[in-house]
Ligand binder design. Structure first.
Ligand code: URA
Length: 441
């Protein structure tokens, strides 16, 4: 087989055979196909798309390109969740202990943040002592102890995706439903999940800017999941404004704790409970509860201390420090440096999530390049959200940094100016979009 023929077939809109797709993924993995030919085929896929069969074959070939996790030590059906990314997304640290209160065991493999999408690994790493790189041989022991383990992804999980993703990033080929769907699903399948709940974000802070686009991506991933024998559900969630009250690593983990002691933001509680309820149903550990009743029970357990007990177990089992009288110890405490006030009176109609995400990276909370270090204490806290009424001079949000990163005030002023662009106001009241827009099964 010749890679040029494969590129030409896709360029002229033909459906690729399973053999052609396998040949491509093998060549990506063993590096026998040069980057320029890989990139040419990626662009042809962006332009001409893929059928469900092609997407599924691509996904499975990528999943098979490296190690496959065997989660047979899990009691019940191994269920995983994945978010397509956003700003202030702290759902995983809430969903894991919440699911554990129902006896759902979970092995969660997560990534670091790159660009404005925060990474769950960085968030957990803001906790003093927490060990996020767990060798897979230790997973059964941790599952036995607490029912939960969270770890960074190992390089041998879907290595073909790593090559493709790095090339997509620099060739304008990230934004493509077949490529995003196969990238995400290959890692979930290689990670050992037998059932998957997808949090497909939509809005300014997400890959998919509209609910229609988010539905298209969700449906593609559900098709792949079902064709690959993994029951898959997608929850479409709003990412037009940041989720919850904070973005930035320590600030978000502090918000996780606040949520677990009953002081959470309504959007965070809603999204976490709906995702968890679907995971619990897929795992078959829902007992007599289903639908709305199960979501309500999730909301209770998330906020009444039951999930908090499990959260402490998770933190302690991976070396994190829990304070003697309760609460979590963090590496760096955020120091609030500047409060940004409203330039006008009215109702907030927009807090554009991508601007907020970029501002948070400028402050030091995220990475521009993979090698960059981050300030765990950096981030933004939202005093008011979309739909809230403000008077001129009221605090909209504040900027924080870790004490060891303070000093360069020029950045703070740049960020402040930039952030004000994220806000719009109206004299007419408006209602914020619902946090959960749709559930697709
Ligand atoms: N997340 C992934 O893992 N892959 C993509 O292509 C996009 C988001």
């Amino acid at each position: 087989m010749n890679i040029i023929d494969v590129i030409l077939d896709k360029r002229y809109g033909k459906e690729l055979s399973d053999e052609q797709i396998q040949f491509f993924v093998d060549g990506v993995t063993d590096k026998s196909i040069p980057d320029y030919q890989i990139s040419a085929l990626l662009m042809a896929i962006v332009l001409n798309g893929m059928t469900e069969r092609e997407m599924t074959t691509l996904t499975l070939a990528m999943a098979n390109s490296g190690q496959q996790n065997d989660l047979s030590y899990i009691d019940g059906i191994p269920v995983d969740k994945h978010s397509t990314g956003g700003v202030g997304d702290k759902i995983t640290p809430l969903v894991m202990p919440l699911c554990a209160t129902f006896g759902v065991q979970s092995v969660k493999l997560s990534g670091r943040g790159l660009g404005f999408t925060g990474g769950t690994v960085d968030k957990f790493e803001s906790i003093e002592g927490f060990q996020i790189e767990v060798p897979s041989e230790k997973f059964p022991e941790l599952i036995d102890a607490t029912g939960m383990v969270i770890s960074g992804q190992t390089p041998d999980l879907a290595p073909a995706d790593k090559v493709l993703y790095a090339l997509r990033d620099v060739t304008g080929t990230v934004d493509s439903i077949p490529l995003i769907a196969s990238s995400i699903m290959s890692k979930k399948i290689a990670g050992g999940a037998k059932a998957i709940v997808l949090d497909v974000t939509c809005g300014s802070g997400a890959f998919m800017k509209t609910p229609e686009k988010a539905r298209d991506l969700a449906e593609a991933m559900i098709k792949i999941g079902n064709l690959a024998g993994r029951k898959t559900i997608a929850v479409i969630t709003d990412m037009d404004q940041p989720l919850g009250r904070n973005c930035g690593n320590t600030l978000e983990m502090m918000e996780v704790f606040e949520t677990l002691i009953g002081k959470g933001a309504p959007d965070v509680i809603e999204v976490a409970s709906v995702i968890a309820a679907n995971m619990i149903e897929l795992s078959g550990k829902n007992g007599d509860l289903s639908g709305e009743a199960l979501v309500e029970e999730c909301k209770n357990r998330l906020t009444n201390g039951m999930a908090l007990e499990k959260y402490y177990e998770l933190i302690l089992s991976q070396g994190g420090v829990v304070k003697e009288n309760g609460g979590i110890s963090y590496k760096t405490l955020p120091f609030e440096e500047i409060r940004i006030t409203s330039p006008e009176s009215g109702y907030i109609t927009r807090i554009q999530a991508d601007i907020i995400g970029n501002a948070s990276v400028m402050l030091g909370a995220g990475r521009k390049k993979k090698e960059d270090s981050i300030d765990y204490g950096a981030g933004i806290s939202f005093y008011r959200k979309v739909g809230d009424k403000v008077r001129r001079g009221d605090v909209l949000c504040s900027l924080s940094r870790g004490p060891e990163y303070m000093g360069d005030d020029a950045i703070l002023y740049d960020v402040m100016e930039y952030i004000l662009d994220a806000y719009s106001f109206s004299s007419e009241p408006i209602e914020a979009k619902p946090a959960v827009i749709d559930i697709i099964k």
